[in-house]
Design a protein around this ligand. Sequence first.
Ligand code: CO
Length: 215
Amino acid sequence: MSEIPTLMENNRRWAEGVTERDPEFFERLSQGQSPQVLWIGCADSRVPANQVIGLDPGEVFVHRNIANVVVHSDFNCLSVIEYAVAVLKVRHVIVCGHYGCGGVMAASHNHPVGLIDNWLRHIRDVRQMNETALNAIEDDDARFDRLCELNVIEQVHNVCRTTIVQQAWEQGQDLSVHGLIYNLKDGLLRDLETVLSGLEDLPATYRVGQKADPH
Ligand code: CO
């Protein structure tokens, strides 16, 4: 069902449908974008940003990679965050993970997968940092679910530790960073209630701006 002619036909029908409902839609969007949300999610085909949060084209800026990892030396992700925060001035960054994540699963075992093991090392770090709490969970599925959640929480903090987000906060920009997790089994998002919205939410160790706590 994913042959190219089919996709082209799908596209033509989609564009016609949109234009029927809103004749100015594409003309308006061609003038520019002003999304209020940056979504950082997993590349998994079952977790498409726009559909999951019910937003149209133009309403959410998106970065996806395997297991929604935010690494301070990944210029791909950092460039997306910089453009979204400094130029588009989004008001919310959402890091969205999902239960049943293959990347997180691969990082929960000690079998080699390939090149991806290097990328997933970041999730092994999350595993190591939370070793005691994770080992206390006896049920394998529950432990895996918890690692998916802890990974989201860690990546929320990684977004906030970037100089980009810190500079935005120093300049008084209204910006909050949230952690959500998606359930493949019912299509519902759960708020992990990890929200950071200012420099005061950041440990002093990671503060690099002029207004950083002196000690
Ligand atoms: Co995933």
